[in-house]
Write a protein that binds this ligand. Structure first.
Ligand SMILES: *Cc1c(COP(=O)(O)O)cnc(C)c1O
Length: 402
């Protein structure tokens, strides 16, 4: 998506962010997706099918679990965990995939394509393609195929073809480029299921809407458990889909602090980081205007994080807007802090959480002790950590792969 068109949308931006910066070859198709989404997003039959699959296939509603041991151990705020790790396929990604795949089906498409970083979005897409009897091809940076072998094999088991992308630095941003190119070359039967709250309109809005089930549920659940809203909602931010879903229903509740945790890698002030909002600047990439890590010429920087799901050089336009408005705060969490949280939550609560989610948990570890016992934190556990066990072992100097 290098050959950018001018922005074709005047409306539906997030302040200065968002829009639709797309190559000529995709204009008609993305407009068709927009139209289809406008037509179905409030359609009772569409919504009934979406919620039926969420509940009866993906295992929703997910638990809002009171982490009593962790709360007592940290000695401050009461901590509740929104357990997206318990969804079918092990992360929040399935919520969005079900929604977009239903739109694809209604548009008469028979083939789903998607990018993936850690492999969770690819696995979710391959899963729904299998369920719907659709063809599926997944694009994954070659480097990521090597650090997430288990997920590559899972996708193949589910009947998907996995392409190892060897362009650029062979990671997530290159996988997005490759998927966009594939889509531009074959639109007739193909729908691109974007995995995060990024890309040209209407993707950020679709992803927001489909993931907002997280905060709709958590609000109802916390009101039932505590009779009041949380003081703080915390979630990790790659492109920002689990975070926007976790924030959505609280954005108008001014008293609820919203915290997004970005991957700081080796540190926000080093060149091995993915802390886009803290370190980035305004640019245009992957079809949207947002904040990106880039050099003075607008070349996208290499990013780094221990977590394949968070090392994306940009962030969804709605997060850029929420940061600008100071409605949400974004903080960087280092690899070290995330790995410590990975081990902490396993030993304290018996939960092996995704390394991405552990960026949010690490922030909770830091902030909860500074809060009072009558305050409440809701932290989203975006996924489960089985896929990360071998890289955490390696980080600790143990090789379990032989
Ligand atoms: C993909 C992924 C993320 C990062 O993506 P967002 O769009 O920022 O949510 C975070 N956690 C898990 C478990 C993931 O699979």
């Amino acid at each position: 998506m290098k050959e950018m068109q001018k922005d074709t949308t005047d409306i539906r931006k997030y302040g200065q962010f968002g829009g639709q910066y797309i190559p000529e070859t995709l204009v008609n198709e993305i407009n068709a997706v927009s139209k289809a989404y406008d037509r179905y997003k409030n359609d009772p039959e569409f919504l009934a099918e979406f919620h039926d699959l969420l509940n009866n296939y993906a295992n929703r509603p997910s638990l809002l679990y009171y982490a009593e041991k962790m709360s007592k151990d940290l000695g401050g705020a009461k901590i509740y965990l929104k357990r997206e790790d318990l969804n079918h396929t092990g992360a929040h990604k399935i919520n969005n995939v079900i929604g977009q795949a239903l739109i694809a089906k209604r548009m008469g498409k028979t083939r789903l394509i998607a990018e993936t970083g850690a492999g969770q979005h690819g696995v979710a897409t391959a899963t729904i393609a299998a369920l719907f009897g659709m063809e599926c091809e997944i694009f994954m940076g070659k480097k990521d195929t090597e650090r997430q072998k288990l997920n590559v094999y899972r996708m193949q088991l589910l009947g998907a073809k996995v392409h190892a992308v060897t362009n650029g630095s062979m990671v997530l941003k290159d996988a997005v480029n490759a998927t966009m190119q594939e889509w531009a070359s074959r639109v007739d039967d193909t729908f691109y299921i974007l995995g995060s709250a990024v890309g040209p309109y209407p993707f950020p809005e679709m992803v927001h809407d489909f993931q907002s089930v997280i905060s709709k549920e958590s609000k109802q659940q916390i009101l039932e458990a505590e009779g009041k809203l949380p003081d703080m909602v915390v979630a990790c931010v790659g492109g920002g889909s689990n975070a926007i879903g976790s924030f959505a229903d609280y954005i108008d509740d001014e008293g609820v602090q919203l915290i997004g945790c970005e991957a700081a890698g080796k540190g926000v002030d080093t060149d091995q980081t993915a802390a886009t909002i803290e370190r980035g600047s305004v640019g245009i990439f992957h079809g949207m205007k947002s904040l990106f890590l880039q050099n003075d010429d607008g070349q996208i920087d290499k990013v780094y994080s221990i977590s394949a799901g968070l090392d994306y050089p940009g962030v969804g336009p709605e997060h850029a807007r929420l940061a600008e408005l100071k409605r949400a705060q974004y903080v960087g969490i280092t690899d070290d802090e995330a790995v410590n949280a990975f081990e902490y939550i396993a030993k304290t609560e018996g939960i092996i959480a995704a390394i991405e989610s552990c960026h949010a948990l690490a922030y909770v570890q830091k902030i909860a002790p500074k809060m009072s016992k009558d305050q409440i934190i809701v932290c989203t556990v975006s996924g489960r950590g089985d896929k990360d066990v071998s890289s955490i072992a390696k980080y600790r100097g143990v090789d379990i792969d032989d």
